[in-house]
Design a protein around this ligand. Structure first.
Ligand SMILES: Cc1cc2nc3c(=O)[nH]c(=O)nc-3n(C[C@H](O)[C@H](O)[C@H](O)COP(=O)(O)OP(=O)(O)OC[C@H]3O[C@@H](n4cnc5c(N)ncnc54)[C@H](O)[C@@H]3O)c2cc1C
Length: 289
């Protein structure tokens, strides 16, 4: 199918973009990499009146380290995130996740801001944002506001960003030297959206978990912090009886969606299996780090 008719405006400044968003409201739609938006237009799942192209706004691109915070411009392409030495040195979780984001051609055009603004429940970057305690910076004519990842992702393709706000940058605290990052997902083929996945940051002392963040994606309607499972593993190492504990706690933490990727029961099983793998990998890495 072909996209429905739409107006197209190539924005030449941030101010113009914000004015257009304010004027058009729900009728205006930002286009960044176009890797998700264009397929949805072609399939007529979305019919915005006007596309506002932000690809000329170079101020929205780039990655900088300011003190303990990594700032990533919303228009930064996945490929540039993947190749950044700042990211590989300070945000190893994102480096581990990036190869799972689609395929090279999509990563060449797709942007981190597009991925986070879209909030696809199976996308890798929203899960990493939540695990790393990222802050999303959105801007409108009224000014800027900062939204924590916990507040930003509200549900299926639903975020705290308002239609008149542009996501301008993502602020992420650097990982601490004692942090261990583990990223795992299960997809039908490498590069496909995940059926189940976990972004994990752990701190391990004397072979037990001192701190733990387990963010589940792919199965839920949004990236989800598994609070009961985390609590059940703190102060413990991985042993045979953890399987039962984790199986029980995940039933309370997660509520997987049944969709074309699989049933709720199957996804809960996959997340359960992944949890054991992720936790064992974190302990193994702690031995060698
Ligand atoms: C075949 C295929 C496989 C894929 N597999 C994966 C995968 O495994 N994992 C994954 O994470 N992604 C995957 N993607 C999606 C890809 O990562 C996209 O790049 C990403 O989801 C959206 O980024 P974009 O820059 O292309 O955004 P666009 O498609 O341009 O926009 C997406 C949405 O975000 C909005 N938006 C974009 N930028 C902003 C902004 N700065 N402020 C406010 N709103 C904004 C747009 O209005 C639109 O609603 C896949 C895509 C394809 C085509």
């Amino acid at each position: 199918m072909k996209a429905p008719k739409f107006n197209y405006i190539k924005a030449n400044s941030l101010q113009q973009t914000l004015e257009l968003l304010d004027e058009l409201g729900e009728e205006g739609r930002i286009i960044a990499g176009g890797q998700s938006l264009m397929p949805t237009l072609n399939m007529r799942l979305s019919q915005p009146n006007t596309l506002i192209d932000i690809n000329g706004l170079q101020d929205l691109e780039g990655i900088t380290l300011e003190g303990e915070i990594v700032k990533i411009g919303a228009l930064t392409r996945h490929i540039d995130v993947a190749q950044s030495s700042i990211i590989s040195k300070h945000l190893s979780l994102i480096s581990k996740a990036m190869p799972h984001v689609a395929h090279v051609a999509v990563r060449n055009r797709g942007t981190i801001g597009g991925s986070i603004a879209l909030a696809d429940p199976a996308a890798e970057m929203p899960a990493c944002a939540l695990a790393l305690g990222a802050i999303m910076v959105v801007e409108s004519l009224k000014g800027r506001r900062e939204i924590t990842a916990e507040d930003f992702f509200k549900g299926l393709y639903e975020t705290e960003r308002k239609p008149n706000e542009l996501l301008v940058e993502i602020l992420i605290p650097v990982e601490r030297p004692e942090d261990i990052s583990v990223f795992m997902e299960l997809a039908q083929r490498h590069g496909d959206f995940a059926m189940a996945g976990i972004a994990c940051i752990a701190q391990v002392k004397d072979k037990t978990f001192k701190n733990l963040k387990l963010v589940y994606f792919g199965s839920e309607d949004k990236p989800t912090l598994a609070k009961k499972t985390i609590a059940s593993m703190l102060g413990r190492t991985w042993s045979g009886d953890c399987c039962k504990t984790v199986t029980e706690s995940l039933k309370e933490d997660l509520s997987p969606m049944t969709n074309l990727q699989g049933s709720s029961t199957m996804k809960l099983h996959l997340q359960n299996v992944l949890t054991g793998r992720v936790l064992r990998t974190a302990l193994d890495r702690a031995e060698t780090q």
